[in-house]
Design a protein around this ligand. Structure first.
Ligand code: URA
Length: 198
């Protein structure tokens, strides 16, 4: 097995066994799955969302519900094939009632995300929504430049990862566009930036 695939498989196994997580009991009670991530293990672009929703927890696949449909449209609008990117979330288990992830939940799962970043070594990290924007910007020492997502979306920030340079592009979460066409237009404009990194 390819080394990256093997390392990612280990991440998956550890998340499956994460009995200390506050969301583990929810997962077991509801008979659902953690969502680890999906896509190319050699992706240049890595998308990081928030946490799985109902559809994602039922299938174990990221962004496969309403927000996923929008993400697919946005990728298509930028001419990016979903199979060539990697899509994941900070929190790997579904928070009950789709509520926002709590700081302690982010803390429990974030180091799995850190490992995924180090394994896949993306050139670009596109954050989806403010939770992943906050986490990723802070992770790379860019905490002091964080403002609101409306002030940061579509901008490109340079940082240094363990494996070399990385660009961070904060984006709105696709779910904001489900009932809001203005937001969809903003997302379509921002996704065009990613075309240059394919
Ligand atoms: N929203 C997210 O942030 N992630 C998913 O996987 C689905 C919806």
């Amino acid at each position: 097995m390819d080394n990256r695939t093997e390392q990612l498989r280990k991440v998956k196994e550890e998340v499956l066994e994460l009995k200390d997580s506050p969301l583990y009991q929810e997962r077991v009670k509801n008979g659902v799955f953690p969502v680890i991530g999906e896509g190319s293990h050699y992706a240049k672009i890595m998308f990081i969302g928030e946490a799985p929703g109902r559809n994602e927890a039922q299938t174990g696949r990221p962004f496969c519900g309403a927000a996923g449909k929008i993400l697919d449209e946005l990728l298509a609008s930028a001419g990016i094939d979903r199979q060539e990117v990697y899509v994941t979330n900070i929190v790997k288990d579904r928070p009950p009632f789709n509520r926002d992830p709590l700081p302690e939940e982010i803390k429990v799962y974030a180091h799995f995300l850190d490992r995924q970043v180090d394994i896949i070594q993306p050139e670009v990290i596109a954050t989806l929504g403010r939770f992943s924007m906050d986490y990723v910007m802070r992770k790379f020492g860019l905490g002091p430049v964080i403002t609101s997502i409306s002030g940061m979306h579509g901008k490109i920030f340079s940082a240094e990862a363990s494996y070399g340079p990385v660009k961070i592009v904060p984006l709105y979460h696709p779910a904001v566009a489900v009932y809001n066409n203005g937001m969809k237009e903003a997302l379509i404009t921002d996704f065009k930036i990613l075309k240059n990194f394919k």
